[in-house]
Ligand binder design. Structure first.
Ligand code: SF4
Length: 220
């Protein structure tokens, strides 16, 4: 019998490339800075489950691209998708990939669209902070001042979307977070355990692969 799980597993296997200090990612900057710091200092290979989840996210984004490109939806025009982005700050670089740039024809306005897959869109009351931070950075870096976060349900393709208005002060704070991360990494100084300290970020500790190390360093 053919083992399809094994075929998928092998297909998703990728070369392990640890991240480099001086090169940072907008998708990570809203996460706990201590965790991001650890991911550079003590890199861990993504597990099989994580690779499958990432691939599912890619598949769902491809689906949204097809929807936006479709002639059945003439009110919107997909101007670009998977736009690579490179932004230099001081002595480091931020690299990312903007999901979609969409033109709404009636208003003539263009929007940056960031697509996120999730398990249950009906329970979402608003956009997640770390996703908003990622999109705010993209708006800052591209100069496109309108954003939409679209959550798509993995179970039934239903969606919920949220407008995100550009906030210059928040953009400055985000750049400052990149600076703090960079300086911490250069100097080998572990950032504060912010997900433990900030109630809205507590949930991140439940999914943190560095929880044990973090606990030891918090005590020591
Ligand atoms: S356990 Fe929590 S506070 Fe510590 S690194 Fe992980 S996410 Fe951050």
């Amino acid at each position: 019998m053919i083992d399809f799980n094994r075929l998928i597993e092998r297909f998703l296997e990728r070369e392990f490339r640890p991240k480099k200090i001086g090169r940072y990612y907008p998708s990570e900057i809203g996460l706990c800075l201590r965790k991001v710091y650890y991911s550079y200092r003590y890199p861990k290979e993504a597990g099989k489950d994580a690779l499958r989840v990432w691939e599912l996210g890619n598949i769902l984004h491809d689906f949204v691209v097809r929807v936006l490109k479709s002639e059945k939806n003439p009110e919107v025009e997909l101007l670009k998708h998977e736009m690579p982005l490179k932004f230099d700050v001081d002595d480091f670089t931020i690299v990312g990939r903007v999901d979609d740039l969409l033109l709404v024809k009636e208003s003539g306005r263009s929007f940056l669209v960031e697509v996120k897959s999730c398990r249950d869109v009906s329970s979402l009351k608003g956009p997640k902070d770390h996703h908003t931070i990622q999109l705010q950075f993209y708006m800052h870096a591209t100069g496109v001042r309108n954003g939409i976060l679209v959550y798509i349900d993995k179970n039934d393709l239903s969606t919920k979307s949220f407008r995100v208005d550009f906030d210059e002060n928040l953009a400055k704070e985000i750049i400052e977070r990149f600076r703090i991360l960079h300086e911490s990494l250069k100097n080998g100084k572990v950032p504060v355990a912010e997900a433990k300290q900030i109630p809205e970020m507590n949930w991140m500790c439940r999914f943190c692969e560095y929880a044990e190390r973090c606990e030891k360093e918090s005590v020591g």
